[in-house]
Write a protein of this length. Structure first.
Length: 277
């Protein structure tokens, strides 16, 4: 089957392409000029080669036309589009129709409307981790060092705050220290909020990254990687908690060995299925 891959920034699109190829799918890639790494051209030329087309933010009609011309009926979104860049887009007619449907322009509302528009044209948007199940975080302590009692208390405090904020679609990461919220993610992204927390509170912060209470796994899935660990090391953070089964760990086992090398603890929080997602 031919799969459509709508590619944003980071390594996620590369991994999704590899996973689709492993499962024997042909792939048509629609890459966003303002976000996607040019190196995806080289990856697309691999074996078997994938068709790659470049569009600009706001060219939703062109995206749909490319996928339909390729015979695509199933697609995945892989890779972030920085929220701040959405302010400067020039929408085409199709994107304008999507924007006019919205009462609010938060992430969930916007991408859900895009998914609905794709479906209107016969293209079903699938779980973005469909080809990457082995990279989803497991539950429990995922590194050599378990959290201390003080770190666990900070995490338990942080879960209540992070879940509430994620439920409002404001961000998915908070940083806490001594049962106080130091920094909350908005549009700047995980690594930036970790750095800001280090500047505000110094060493000893703990990072809590959560899925939304009713996380739609088709898009905006929480993602961590080695750069997250590097940001923690630089900021003096000691523990990272992610939601098991709902967080993509881009670097696989390398992520955990690197965490051990930095003396960092990573925990996968188990959440009940009734909680959504």
């Amino acid at each position: 089957m031919r799969i459509g891959l709508i590619a944003g920034n980071g390594r996620f699109p590369f991994l999704a392409l590899e996973g689709a190829r492993r499962l024997g799918h042909e792939v048509t890639i629609v890459a966003i000029r303002e976000e996607t790494s040019p190196a995806l051209e080289t990856a697309a030329a691999g074996d078997p080669p994938a068709d790659l087309h470049w569009i600009s933010l706001g060219q939703l009609g062109k995206c749909i036309a490319i996928l339909r011309d390729a015979g695509v009926t199933r697609a995945v979104m892989a890779g972030q589009v920085k929220h701040t860049k959405l302010f400067g887009i020039i929408p085409d007619v199709t994107a304008l129709k999507v924007l006019r449907r919205l009462d609010t322009k938060n992430t969930d509302a916007l991408i859900t409307a895009v998914a609905d528009m794709l479906a209107d044209h016969g293209i079903d948007l699938e779980n973005s981790t469909a080809f990457l199940q082995p990279l989803l975080a497991r539950s429990g302590v995922l590194t050599g060092r378990a959290p201390t009692e003080d770190e666990r208390a900070d995490l338990e405090f942080g879960y209540r705050m992070a879940d509430a904020i994620a439920g409002l679609d404001l961000g998915q990461t908070i940083v806490v220290k001594d049962r106080a919220v130091v920094a909350v993610e908005a549009m700047e992204g995980t690594d930036a909020v970790i750095a800001r927390a280090g500047q505000l509170a110094g060493p000893g912060t703990r990072v809590v990254k959560v899925a939304k209470p009713a996380q739609d796994m088709r898009f905006d899935v929480p993602v961590v990687g080695v750069p997250t660990l590097n940001a923690m090391r630089d900021a003096g953070a000691t523990v990272l908690s992610v939601d098991a089964g709902r967080t993509l760990v881009l670097d696989g086992e390398t992520f955990y060995t690197r965490a051990d090398a930095h003396g960092l603890t990573v925990v996968g929080r188990e959440r009940p299925q009734a909680d959504g997602g």
